[in-house]
Design a binder for this molecule. Structure first.
Ligand code: GAF
Length: 406
């Protein structure tokens, strides 16, 4: 494998002393605390969240960390170590959904949108200075935006003593992304970042946000989960994601249901016959079968048959590739090369159109499978992928408080 994730707890990388020091360097004073929120991979349940369906993400050790302090003058200042351009300064009263920088595209729209959503929901949030450092790869389908939003939300919740539950923060972060930053995502990524726990996958019903932490200790079973970042840029805002979402909504309307989640697996054949628009049928088939794959995965994990989820993952990939049409050649190659070289199963993870895949392997096969994927990429003339292991980490949290000194 080629890469090891940095974690917030790892000294000497981008841990909390680094981000507090970064805050001091930018703003000249000490932060009041440091908070962290992780990126995620989704084990199964893709493009189901905006259909009120089921998902099962787990938190990565990669985090967005934010050092933060209150201000009493109605000003929000935002700075990211990873982005050139210095400090973005905004007036709280002037925050409006067209985007923090007026172009909808700037990174600052995500944290600014969270402040806007919190205030819009009636929470007493004043000004703040925020400095971010993130180890979540951007554009890799690993939820760097959700990590940024949720880090902002937990920091403001802590600074202003709001006492909001993690799922409420996640919902407000989703609102920020949909209505302020203009990205029509579902709620999975924000819920994953806010609510995942170490050593577990989060089984989530996105309709009512009921959830269960499912133990996911792969090492104990002699297994490993690899993440392969194809380094093909992934972006949700480019229209294709919104088109899939609109197609699902049109299909639900044609079927007379509130959301495709309401079509039971046993009713699929009849539902497909009654959708007149042929272009919508594959979308229905993917969502209905994907919800069934989540249910199957839960049953297998509950029964301790972890390695048997491998073929379910690969089946999910075929559905995303052939029915939902959100894969790409590089993601397909990860799945093909890894399963051909001994992986138990593999699939793209996240929104697709590039980004990352996950690969379930027996521990002893991890190196050879990663090598086989790298060789397949080289043979195809693709850029070398980044490969690392996903071990389920904790969700959003405060990592230091009471920082003193300047
Ligand atoms: C992206 C979105 F942000 C999620 O809400 C989800 O729809 C996912 O794509 C696909 O499952 O990560």
């Amino acid at each position: 494998m080629t890469d090891t994730p940095r974690t917030a707890d790892e000294p000497g990388t981008a841990g909390e002393p680094g981000v507090a020091d970064g805050f001091r360097a930018v703003y000249g004073t000490a932060p009041e605390g440091v908070w962290a929120a992780p990126g995620r991979v989704n084990l199964i349940g893709e493009h189901t969240d905006y259909n009120d369906g089921f998902v099962m993400p787990l938190a990565l050790p990669h985090t967005c960390r934010v050092a933060a302090a209150r201000r009493d003058d109605g000003v929000l200042r935002l700075h990211s170590a990873g982005v050139p351009g210095g400090v973005t300064e905004l007036q709280l009263d002037g925050l409006a959904p067209q985007g923090a920088s007026g172009d909808r595209g700037g990174w600052a729209a995500y944290p600014a949108g969270v402040v806007w959503a919190l205030r819009g929901a009636g929470h007493q949030v004043g000004g703040a200075d925020l400095h971010f450092e993130s180890s979540v790869p951007t554009g890799a389908g690993l939820s760097s935006s959700a990590a940024l939003e949720v880090a902002t939300a937990v920091a403001l919740d802590g600074l202003y003593g709001l006492g909001l539950a993690p799922d409420r923060l996640a919902e407000l972060c989703r609102r920020a992304e949909n209505d302020f930053a203009g990205v029509p995502c579902g709620v999975m990524d924000q819920m994953a970042s806010a609510c995942c726990t170490s050593g577990h996958a989060l089984y989530l019903d996105t309709r009512d946000l009921t959830r269960r932490q499912i133990p996911f200790d792969l090492a104990a079973r002699g297994l490993r989960l690899l993440v392969v970042d194809t380094r093909v840029k992934h972006a949700l805002g480019d229209g294709a994601y919104a088109e899939r979402r609109a197609g699902c909504e049109a299909a639900a309307a044609a079927l007379g249901v509130g959301a495709l989640r309401d079509v039971a697996y046993g009713e699929l054949a009849a539902a497909l016959r009654s959708v007149e628009d042929e272009a919508l049928r594959p979308l229905v088939r993917h969502v209905v079968t994907e919800n069934e794959r989540v249910a199957r995965t839960v049953r297998l994990l509950d029964a301790g048959e972890t390695q048997a989820i491998g073929p379910v993952l690969t089946e999910g990939h075929a559905s995303l590739r052939d029915d939902f049409a959100v894969s790409c050649a590089e993601l397909d190659l990860v799945v093909q090369a890894s399963t051909a070289s001994g992986a138990l199963g593999a699939r793209m993870t996240g929104g697709g159109f590039g980004g990352s895949a996950i690969v379930l392997v027996r521990a002893e096969a991890a190196e050879s499978v990663a090598k086989a994927v790298g060789e397949a990429f080289a043979a195809a003339g693709y850029r070398a992928p980044r490969v690392f292991e996903a071990v389920p980490g904790p969700g959003a949290r405060r990592i230091t408080d009471g920082i003193t000194g300047t």
